[in-house]
Design a protein around this ligand. Sequence first.
Ligand code: SF4
Ligand code: SF4
Length: 254
Amino acid sequence: MNDGPRLKILTHAFERRDLPVRPGPVEKAVRELWSPDMRQRLYHPRHWADWAHLRRHYDLKEMTVAELKADFPLGRLPDCESCDDVCCTGPMRVVLLRVVDVAAFMDAGLTDHLTLEKPVFNAQELRQNVALQDLVQSEAWRTLPVLRQDETRTCSLLAEDNTCGAWPFWPLSCARFPYSLDLLRGRVFYADSCRSAVQDASRVGRARERGLIEAVVEGYNQRIRDAVLLRVAQRELDALGLGRFIRWPGSRRH
Ligand code: SF4
Ligand code: SF4
């Protein structure tokens, strides 16, 4: 628990849509990279090994909001305004970025907050947190950067007044929190680590809920896209300047 000022990250995903924020040039270019042509590259003989690898480890089908059910009562939402906790700090907290997050950080001039040096979790921490265990075993963990933390494991973007310095360029993992994906059961669940919730089934509350579920889906779909792009679009990503934030999967470089 934190006795300091309350966290004011009230601005969840749907509110970003309402802001006059448009993707900057790098984010826009990365989003435009994803095309049927890019998927087709996977089937070129040059990428057979990549295709075989991805088929073994991923279901490359993207998800839709309609496929997911919420595992909690209607309109359960984080109540950041009255929350005594700060969820951007803690021994088991880490934010792994997607490629579009890295691009957005480049546009926003926030790349000093990215690092490829990952925190190390001990066996007990990993046993306690299956989602964290899955994360550190993933290819995304090996290839993509995390948000830098200080020695207390606090996100370097958390300001003194407990506001978020990344806003409105929120990484997808922050935009969907505390909604989380249970892929196996096709459900969205509400993370136990968020201890302050309200029930708001009004039209506004449902819109916020929808925005958070959309952020869960986007976070998942971007991970699928990253898995493909990092194998077939290294040249393009490098040309956009993203190469310095990525450890390319496999031994081959473009
Ligand atoms: S723990 Fe939940 S309610 Fe508290 S600041 Fe974080 S997201 Fe908001
Ligand atoms: S980017 Fe912002 S919301 Fe995400 S962990 Fe850092 S301070 Fe918290």
